[in-house]
Structures are given as C-alpha cells and as structure tokens.
Design a protein around this ligand. Structure first.
Ligand SMILES: Nc1ncnc2c1ncn2[C@@H]1O[C@H](COP(=O)(O)OP(=O)(O)OP(=O)(O)O)[C@@H](O)[C@H]1O
Ligand SMILES: [Mg+2]
Length: 538
C-alpha cells in the first residue's frame, strides 16, 4: 500500500523503511527462533548440567547454569526470541525455579505445532487444543500426580530443597545450602491474619564477602550492613543495644531549590551559623533524650551532629539504604522515625542481643545479631571469588524460593521427568475422547512434555530411546506415577526412592507458561519492524 501512495507521505500506511512479514513465514520463523533459544540452554537442565560462561560488554564474566541468568545476558534481535527470554524472567519472578525447563518446554511445544501448520491447520485450532490440554494438565497434576506435604516433616522438606540444589553448582555443599535455605525462609515467614507472607527478596538479603571458605557461610540471627560507624571514636560494640532508626538526615537542611542570602554585616553571618548550630543541637538533644545506643539513618550526619552524639556515647551509622533500614527494623523491632521530635519509647528496637562492627576482608560491616525473633535476616556468603559467590547466591535464591513455594502451596510432585511422563500417558488417553482434528495438537502437547525426561537423559549421555521406552512402559501401570529418570546415571528409577521432589506450583507454572507462550507466538501472523518508538497507531 505504501508504494501506491508514494509522494503523499501523509497517507502512507507504512514508512518506507519498515519491514513487514506475514503469514506462514512468520510462524515458521517464530518457531525457529524459539527453538534456537531453547537449544542454547538445553544442556543446562538437570543434575549433570553444564555451566555457561558469559562475557558482558563491560568485560565482566557470569558463570551460571541458571536459565534466566544466562538468557538475561544474551542480546537477541528476533521478537519471538525476545518473548522467549521474557518468560524465563517471568518464571524466575513468579516461582524462582524452573527457568530452564520453561524455555526448553516452550520451544518444544512450538516445534510440535510446526507439523500442523504445514498441514495447513489453522493456528486457532492448534491454540484451542493446546489450551484444552493445559486445563487437563492442571487437573491431572492436582488430582493424580501430586501429593500433599506435611510442613513439619523436615526430612521431606529438605529433600525438596535438595532436588533443587542438586542441579546446581552448590551441590558440593548440599547440607549447608539446604539448612541455610530452610533457616532463612523460616526467619522471614510472617503469619498475618491467617495469611502467610514470605518476602525473600526484601527480607532475606544475601551479602557476598569474598574470602574465607564456603563452609563459613551462615544465616545471621539478624542482619548486617556494609557500613562503618561515622566517627572513629564511637563505640563499635554493644550488648543488648537500644536501636533507633531514622530516615531523616542530621544535617542542616538547605533550601530545596536555590537560595540566595545577602549578608551585609559580619554579625549576620555569625547569626546564620548559630541558627544552623542550634538546629542540629536541638535535633541531637531529642535523640539523646531517647537514649539509644545505636542510630541508623538513611541520610547524612554532619560533623557537628557526630560530635554531640559521640559525646553522648551514641554510635551513629549514616547513609544506610532504605531496604537495609527496613530489614533492621524487622530484625530488632524498631520503627523508622522521620522526625527527631517525634521519637517515642516504642520506636526504639530492643530485640537485638548484639551490635558490633567487624572487619571482614577489606571492609567494615555493622552487625545487628542475636535477635530474639528476627523477621528479617542476612545470609552471609563467603567463598573464593566474586563470580563463584554470585552463582552460589543465585542457587540459594532458587532454593529459598522452592521452600517458599512449598509452604504457600504444600503439594509436591516427582521430578526427574516422572511428572511429565505420567502427564503424557494420561493426556494421550484423554486424547482418544476428543473428536475431530483437535485431537492431534492435543496429543502433541503430550509428546512435547517428554522433552524434559529426554533432555535429562541426553545430558547424562544415556540412550534416549531405550530409557524413555522403559520409563513409559513402567507408567502403563498407573500406580507407578513416580518413575522417572535418574539424572546422574540415566537409568529409570523410582523418584520416591531417589528423593527427587519438586513443588507442584513450580511444575504447574512451568507448564502453564510454556503452553501459553507457545499459543501466544502461534497467534502472531505478521511482524512489522522499523516502527517509530510510539507504536503503530498512525
Ligand atoms: N537427581 C536427579 N535426577 C533426575 N532428575 C533430576 C534430578 N535432580 C533434578 N532433576 C530434574 O531436573 C530438572 C530441573 O533442572 P534445573 O534445576 O537444572 O533446571 P530448572 O529448575 O528448570 O531451571 P533453573 O534451576 O535454572 O531455574 C527438574 O525437572 C528436576 O526434576
Ligand atoms: Mg532448578
């Protein structure tokens, strides 16, 4: 249309430098792009996962086997590949684990649909069948495959965490990692009004301090911030400290916008300084009246204020981050106060047993620990290098998320591809009852699910067809739901003896996201590129 209107740019529909592709070609390309992304991280699935080493434009390196962390670093051009990468992020934010699986599965779902597009089946038929299969997956998973967990059963809970950790670099320190994950989540768990709130991102912070050994890592019974006291004479150690948290500065606040003051006499200048001094003195007097031992503020502390506080024996730490302040507040029970005049006794936190400033490696850290009932914690990680610690952090965050998922939705399902094969067998059965062409794409979902066990077998170098057939045969008996693949040896194994369990919510989210993304990409029949940033409205 654009050519027909050349010379009359105002009614041109598309700009001359836009590129437009339509129809079957687009769908084929989307599938190819999705497969390409899936192929990148296929080898990162399971206990025999390989790591990838990525270099960012600044020259830093990332070493990881975490699906999301890999894809986050990769820059892709194709829009379909971009949305694939997006789902890894969604998965990571939603449940924290299963980011590799979701990509591999979504790629396979799309690949399966290729045959139907070739047979000129309309995408909406495929989509309808896929979504129907998804409904059935949820139903089967909830009713037939998953089992409830008793949250007091520590052994089972640690098995679930172990299954998650077993595919990661920290497998070597499995015992330590499991106890850290369980402990940290238990600390940040809050039951408010019958609702369980577990905010790992905000209240369980991982602090990485290179040096020492991984074995020195621990969950603090409280929190730690990367700060030193602001005046060298302030005490660095208190037993049972009274802690005051502020989010205002202890400095004379200058005018918000530019202020000009004209002074003609020397006395006026002195007066001006006096006003400043009086202000600080007044604020400090209010603070001193509240008798805190330690003061944390999000803003600055002027030299004068430091002087007054130090004379009163108060330790001040300035410019702590808002998030750190929130964590200290939850750990010791203090309330963050905005104005020094308004401090009340109830705002002072007395829940901590110890305040100290210690030097770890080259840096100083302030610890608020031995808290009676900390609702926030810091996980202190030690280890040989920053790159390794970063991967350990990612692994631990995955593990903590798994614990959270199980607590929020206490149901688990077998891992090692067992759930997928059980689903596949049952879906194939249900497919027989479906009439018309829809049954083929419905069955394709069942086929696609097998990509997880197949990849697990491939990654440990066993024979795919033989093992998969053996496992399938096991599943012909419906009581053998837990049979899957041992990811280390590649042999068919009962997951209940191997102890590989995954939270149901992770598995469901993985399959849901994968199918929904596949249907979304199938629904696209045109790609227009080169539009202006505002969108395609004109
Ligand atoms: N010992 C094992 N034997 C067989 N399969 C296992 C074993 N441990 C884990 N698995 C399986 O490996 C898969 C998880 O692999 P992995 O943790 O590498 O990827 P992910 O969880 O999908 O993504 P990520 O952890 O990178 O976010 C699950 O399907 C799980 O059941
Ligand atoms: Mg995992």
């Amino acid at each position: 249309m654009a050519q027909a209107q050349q010379g009359q740019p105002r009614i041109m529909v598309l700009n001359t430098n836009t590129k437009r592709e339509e129809g079957k070609k687009v769908q084929e390309e989307n599938i190819k792009a999705a497969k390409m992304v899936a192929d990148v991280i296929r080898t990162c699935l399971g206990p025999r996962a390989m790591l990838k080493m990525l270099m960012d434009p600044m020259g830093g390196i990332v070493m990881t086997s975490d699906g999301n962390a890999i894809l986050r670093e990769i820059m892709v051009k194709h829009p379909a590949a971009k949305s694939m990468i997006e789902i890894a992020r969604t998965q990571d934010e939603e449940v924290g684990d299963g980011t590799t699986s979701v990509i591999v599965l979504a790629g396979e779902m799309l690949l399966e649909s290729e045959q139907f597009l070739e047979q000129r089946m309309h995408p909406t038929v495929i989509i309808a069948a896929y979504l129907k299969a998804l409904d059935d997956v949820v139903d089967i998973m909830e009713k037939e495959i998953s089992t409830p967990v008793d949250l007091d059963d520590q052994e089972l809970l640690s098995k679930v965490v172990k299954s998650c950790i077993g595919t990661k670099l920290i497998k070597k320190w499995e015992g330590l990692a499991v106890s850290i994950a369980l402990d940290a989540v238990k600390k940040v768990r809050m039951d408010v009004g019958g609702r369980t709130e577990i905010d790992i991102k905000r209240y369980a912070k991982v602090e990485k301090v290179p040096g020492g050994e991984i074995e020195d890592s621990c969950v603090l019974k409280g929190v730690m911030v990367n700060k030193d006291v602001c005046h060298s004479k302030m005490p660095r150690y208190f037993k049972n400290p009274r802690i005051l948290l502020l989010d205002c500065g202890l400095e004379y606040t200058k005018g918000e916008s530019q202020t000009n003051v004209e002074i003609s006499k020397a006395e006026d200048f002195t007066k001006l300084l006096e006003i400043e001094e009086d202000y600080i003195k007044n604020v400090c007097a209010h603070i001193i009246k509240a008798k805190p031992d330690v003061l944390f503020t999000e803003k600055g502390v002027s030299d004068l204020a430091q002087h007054y506080l130090q004379k009163a024996g108060i330790t001040a730490i300035r410019r702590v981050r808002k998030s750190d302040n929130n964590r200290i507040s939850r750990a010791c029970g203090a309330t963050i106060v905005n104005r020094a005049e308004e401090i009340t006794e109830g705002d002072i936190g007395t829940g901590a047993g110890l305040f100290e400033v210690k030097k770890l490696g080259e840096e100083y850290f302030a610890f608020v620990t031995e808290c009676t009932d900390p609702k926030a914690c810091t996980i202190l990680l030690r280890g040989p290098s920053q790159d390794l610690l970063k991967e350990v952090e990612r692994n631990l965050v995955d593990a903590m998320n798994v614990v959270r998922n199980v607590i929020v939705n206490p149901r688990i399902c077998p891992g090692g591809g067992a759930s997928e094969i059980a689903l596949s067998v049952r879906l194939k059965e249900r497919a027989r009852a479906i009439e018309g062409v829809q049954q083929w794409p419905y069955k394709a979902v069942a086929e696609a699910l097998e990509v997880i066990p197949r990849t697990l077998i491939q990654n440990c170098g066993a024979s795919t067809i033989r093992v998969l057939t053996e496992v399938r045969a096991k599943h012909s008996d419906k009581t053998n739901v837990n049979w899957g693949v041992d990811g280390n040896t590649g042999k068919p194994t009962d997951m209940s003896t191997l102890g590989i369990w995954e939270p149901l919510s992770v598995k469901l989210q993985t399959i849901k996201t994968a199918i929904e993304t596949a249907t979304l990409l199938l629904r696209i029949d045109a790609i227009v590129s080169g539009l202006k940033p505002g969108g395609a409205k004109e």
